[in-house]
Design a protein around this ligand. Structure first.
Ligand code: AMP
Length: 372
């Protein structure tokens, strides 16, 4: 029992959000448009989400008293990042419904559990092996071959906690540098492109998927997303169906992102492999803010509020460009681009690799003039 079926918010009710980054900020802005209030919980006093809500709790996730007071102030609780400590989720869910359900975090916080879950559904992933010692890594390389990608099982993001192993690399050294006791080794996927599907699922089981997004990374960080992805319609349908199956199998309530690789497969039909599930709104769905009738943020709020999901209609061909680190300094140039919509996250120092804002450009689909 997730508590999802008990939630039916009314305008004026309060959503509690764990995490105060740009995702929390954009969730709170979407909630405000629907007449809902938000309270943010974050240990970081500089949280950009604090700027857009009246009530915020600045405390550690281990602070049980602060968690309990926060829970008392809100009607439903959600999160903007997947590494919510299990202990915090437990304290909160004893007081208020936490959506998506905290048990989902156990699967998605651990790359091995996540891969086992996805392959258990009969959905393809890269080949993978559990690794917990340097000797285990040697054995895994013998099974999977090189090149391969070693990833820590927990707390990896934006390429952190992973490394490519190539012929000639010393596995013992790679293992020491990774600095963990639990990892997985994945075969290197010679992908043709990377795509993602943003899916929303309501408590009654309704699923709505956005059009497939194509993603371009620089230095392991998402730089550009384009929707729709330039892939055959059958493949796009397959990708959306996979995301829907994952959401349903998790009994998910809210928005999730499924990242996938498109494999060219030597001239045969291209196929998709799932890389990762993000149990939250996702950077590759930011285009929906300006490029679709209902954004991923609104869709998530609708789902956790117990409201009907929107049927997202895309307004045209959409490009989303992340402003990373110093690129934020170009914001005035972006403001001058005709048709561009600029989103700045209100963050302080533009450290290298830090996501500071994004820009959406929508090329409207022009309908041909009606015959006279
Ligand atoms: P992840 O943290 O798993 O999302 O990986 C970050 C990025 O590393 C992905 O977006 C890919 O560009 C690349 N990557 C991850 N796993 C693999 C793999 N098995 N084969 C090839 N590239 C990968």
């Amino acid at each position: 029992m997730t508590g999802a079926n008990r939630v039916k918010l009314k305008p004026g009710d309060t959503v509690g959000i764990l995490g105060g980054g740009q995702l929390g900020r954009m969730l709170a802005m979407a909630a405000a448009r629907l007449g809902l209030r938000c309270q943010i919980f974050s240990p970081d006093p500089e949280s950009p989400a604090f700027d857009v809500v009246l009530n915020a709790t600045c405390a550690e996730y281990a602070d049980v008293e602060a968690l309990e007071l926060f829970a008392n102030d809100v009607d439903v609780i959600t999160y903007e990042f997947e590494n919510v400590p299990a202990s915090a989720a437990m304290v909160l869910s004893s007081r208020r419904p936490v959506l998506p359900d905290r048990k989902i975090l156990e699967t998605t916080q651990d790359r091995l559990a996540e891969k086992d879950f996805v392959t258990g559904l009969g959905i393809g992933t890269a080949d993978y092996v559990d690794v917990s010692t340097a000797a285990g890594l040697r054995g895994a390389i013998a099974r999977i071959g090189l090149p391969a990608v070693i990833k820590t099982r927990r707390f990896g993001y934006d390429g952190k906690g992973q490394a490519i192993i190539r012929d000639g690399d010393d596995p013992g050294r790679v293992w020491t540098e990774l600095g963990t006791k639990s990892a997985i080794l994945e075969s290197f996927v010679p992908f043709e492109r990377e795509i993602s599907v943003i899916a929303a699922r309501a408590a009654d089981g309704t699923v709505e998927c956005y059009d497939v997004t194509e993603n371009e990374h620089r230095d392991h960080i998402l730089k550009i997303s384009r929707a729709p992805a330039a892939i055959p319609a059958t493949l796009a349908e397959e990708a959306r169906a996979i995301a829907g199956r994952i959401a349903t199998a998790l009994d998910y309530v809210g928005v999730l992102a499924v990242e996938m690789f498109v494999l060219a497969d030597g001239g045969a039909e291209p196929k998709v492999l799932v890389n990762e599930i993000a149990p939250r709104v996702h950077n590759s769905g930011h285009w929906t803010l300006d490029g679709a009738s209902v954004s991923q943020f609104e869709q998530h709020i609708r789902a956790i509020a117990g409201w009907p999901l929107g049927k997202p209609v895309r307004h045209g061909a959409v490009t989303m460009t992340n402003l990373i680190g110093d690129e934020i300094k170009d914001y005035e140039q972006w403001l001058a681009v005709p048709g561009a919509t600029v989103h700045l996250y209100g963050k302080g120092a533009p450290r290298p690799g830090r996501k500071m804002g994004h820009v959406t450009e929508v090329a409207a689909v022009t309908k041909s003039a009606p015959p006279r």
